[in-house]
Design a binder for this molecule. Structure first.
Ligand code: ADP
Ligand code: MG
Length: 698
């Protein structure tokens, strides 16, 4: 028995199906990521040229681009001196005047093509009027009865190109594809998206050929984006095609969630407060109202019908760790294990230290599992016996409360790779989610039997991105900072102020505080000697701050040494830490009150905001000094935003507009979205529309 063949859209055919694309051209197109006919049709023009201005040759003006129509009255190769390059020249006449056109490098085919008597449309910018002359014009043969032109007499697209492919060739290929696949385009607009999950899925269920009221049909939009009648059509077409992309993304997101809800029954992890109460009593501070609210939402999820999938957003220092701890306790009280994943070893270890301190008195076992350390439970050895008992009783009465607490495993992405197996995994917490990809998140969650998931991020995510990236998650926000914090003042300065700045840092250190000093690089690169690197600056800083002790921290230092340096900094045995942006996430030393960042223009705004979040954690007034000699106004203006506001959401919005989603999220995540037409910084209304369209279709 053979399986019925799946209908494949002709648009999925290799691009060689377009006349004029052989193996050579296919290779060139591949460089532009054009493999199929569909890729070619969706190759978005870089800009447009208005070639509609139609003039009589006599009306041509100097340096003003225009199109004329004329018959060839003379043509031939010209050679100025013997042995020099040959030039091709031909003369057009339209009855009003004559126009000379020259190609400085004659091609063999020209003499056969531009023959006397043939009529052409000619577009270009005259560089002289006496005689009228135009070099390297764009031309198109007028064939009898023909009235449609590709390259002239219209608004023409100029596509992104690669060496060996001219704008004219590219335009011709797109045109041919549009002609050849016209029926496919007309019959069902959205069939164009053969690889699109919406279409694929919908084709099976029924039809999902939605037609938004205010936008053109997809087929028309494809034509319009290449050959618009008016320049204003371009944006309309872009919106239509962007909407399709967002629909596809939303479909993925929402069906993932639906499927997940249908498959999975929630583990009862609501807890009974018996660990929570002593924990909160010993914590040393009272939770803020925002933290309490969020915990209420989380508790509802943990005892709900579907596994929790929640994103917790809270600016740096808003106290997400305490919320994570309380959530973990709920699951632990219910007799389930918990995993907490952090993006760096330093952060994992810091969490480990905190959680051991918090949970040991509650007799909860805390394990650390990172790349460099397979397992570290030495400090909680004393709890081991009880834990083993836990496992036994858990097996006996799997779903009743009042079980012995289980284990919290803390780790880096090492948790994702081999070996790690936690039975009875009830809750997975991912800290600083933006450092992980969606796929990674899914891998970890699949390790358990659909455990609850809490992802936390300090990068405030603009709404448009949130809906696109985290559309399958419910969102909680901690919108309040714990009280008793000193203010952070931020200054942008030029390098010439550095001596004064170091003087200031010495003063602060003398007063008992500590400082971070951040550089963009680990080592100085040959190509960019102006960008400072920690390994080189370390000695300078030591000299500038003697007799105080200075530590060094960057990604190439061995984990054990990293840990040692962090421990000394925490204990104030080191007063200043020279580091890369490695310390951007999570590091929490309340006594540090100065952050100096050199070459600040080399960091994203959101990243600078994160770095700044390392200070201002204690009661002392804190200072963030951004050093930048960047000359252009845009760079300075960008940094000034940080001087002006401490609001992470405002900063994230600004960063998204200025640098695009890649900078904010990491290339991995934003690249995965693969948007040709959609713009995450601008298209919030379209994203909302797509979300509703898809929600209605379920
Ligand atoms: P982030 O949200 O950036 O992860 P942390 O969880 O590291 O922030 O918290 C920052 C600091 O604030 C920690 O030292 C933590 O103990 C403290 N903290 C958290 N919640 C409160 C609170 N409600 N009151 C006072 N301090 C708090
Ligand atoms: Mg944190």
């Amino acid at each position: 028995m053979s399986l019925p063949e799946k209908p494949v859209s002709p648009l999925a055919a290799p691009v060689t199906a377009v006349w004029g694309v052989g193996e050579e051209r296919a290779k060139l197109l591949a460089r532009l990521e054009i493999f199929t006919v569909e890729d070619l049709l969706l190759h978005k023009p870089r800009r447009y040229e208005d070639r509609r201005k139609f003039l009589a040759i006599r009306e041509l003006k100097l340096n003003e681009p225009a199109t004329v129509r004329g018959k060839i009255v003379a043509a031939g190769i010209k050679r100025f001196k013997k042995g020099t390059r040959a030039m091709f020249e031909c003369v057009f006449d339209d009855g009003t005047a004559r126009l000379h056109c020259r190609w400085w490098q004659a091609q063999p085919w020209m003499e056969d093509w531009f023959t006397v008597g043939r009529e052409f449309l000619v577009f270009g910018k005259p560089d002289s009027l006496k005689p009228r002359n135009l070099d390297h014009p764009e031309t198109e043969l007028v064939e009898p009865g023909e009235d449609e032109f590709i390259h002239v007499n219209r608004i023409v697209p100029v596509h992104p190109l690669t060496e060996g492919l001219t704008a004219r060739v590219m335009r011709t290929l797109v045109w041919r594809a549009l002609e050849k696949y016209e029926t496919e385009l007309q019959v069902a607009g959205c069939r164009l998206q053969v690889e699109n999950p919406v279409t694929a899925a919908r084709k099976e269920l029924s039809t999902f050929n939605f037609q938004p009221a205010t936008l053109p049909a997809r087929a028309n939009a494809v034509r319009m984006i290449h050959f618009p009648e008016e320049l204003t059509d371009v944006e309309i077409a872009r919106q239509r095609l962007a909407l399709d992309e967002f629909v596809a993304l939303q479909f993925q997101i929402q069906s993932r969630r639906k499927k997940f809800e249908a498959l999975s029954k929630a583990l009862p992890c609501g807890g009974d407060n018996r660990l929570m109460k002593p924990f909160l009593a010993a914590l040393g501070f009272k939770l803020t109202a925002a933290q309490t609210n969020v915990l209420r939402e989380i508790r509802a999820d943990l005892s709900g019908a579907h596994p929790m999938r929640r994103l917790l957003q809270g600016d740096v220092g808003s106290g997400k760790t305490a919320v994570a701890a309380c959530s973990a306790l709920m699951a632990l009280e219910s007799g389930f294990n918990v995993a907490l994943m952090a993006p760096t070893e330093i952060l994992a270890e810091q969490h480990y230290r905190n959680f051991v301190k918090w949970f040991e008195p509650l007799e909860v076992k805390v394990r650390l599992q990172t790349g460099s350390r397979k397992e570290a439970s030495l400090q909680v050895e004393s709890c081991k016996l009880k834990v083993e008992k836990t496992a036994v009783s858990a097996r006996k009465e799997p779903s009743t409360f009042n079980l012995q607490p289980s284990t919290l495993t803390i780790g880096t992405h090492a948790l994702l790779t081999g070996g790690f197996d936690l039975p009875k995994l009830g809750l997975v917490i991912i800290d600083e989610q933006h450092k992980f990809g969606v796929a990674q998140r899914e891998t970890l969650v699949r390790k358990g039997n659909y455990p609850h998931l809490l992802v936390m991020t300090a990068t405030p995510i603009p709404r448009s991105l949130g809906l696109t990236l985290y559309g399958d998650l419910d969102v909680s926000v901690i919108d309040e900072m714990p009280g008793g914090r000193g203010q952070i003042k931020t200054f942008v300065r030029m390098t010439d102020k550095l001596p004064k700045v170091f003087e200031f840092i010495r003063e602060k250190i003398s007063g008992g505080r500590q400082a971070y000093i951040v550089y963009p690089r680990v080592e100085v690169a040959d190509t960019d000697k102006d960008i400072k690197a920690v390994t080189k600056e370390f000695e300078n800083v030591q000299r500038a701050l003697t007799p105080f002790k200075v530590g060094l921290l960057h990604g190439r230092i061995k984990p054990v040494e990293k840990e040692a340096v962090m421990a000394e900094f925490r204990a104030n045995k080191i007063q200043a830490l020279v580091a890369t942006s490695l310390i951007e996430v999570g590091v929490d030393v309340a006594n540090a009150s100065v952050m100096l960042i050199e070459n600040a223009e080399h960091f994203g705004l959101a990243q600078l905001h994160q770095l700044r979040g390392r200070i201002g954690r204690g009661a002392h007034e804190s200072f963030c000094i951004l050093i930048s000699d960047a000359q252009h106004e845009a760079a300075q203006a960008r940094l000034k935003i940080l001087e002006a506001t401490n609001d992470g959401f405002k900063i994230a919005e600004a960063d998204l507009k200025l640098r695009g989603p890649g900078e904010l999220l990491g290339q991995q995540q934003s690249g995965a979205m693969n948007l040709r037409f959609g713009n995450l910084a601008e298209d919030l209304p379209l994203i909302r529309q797509a979300r509703e369209l898809v929600a209605k279709s379920f």
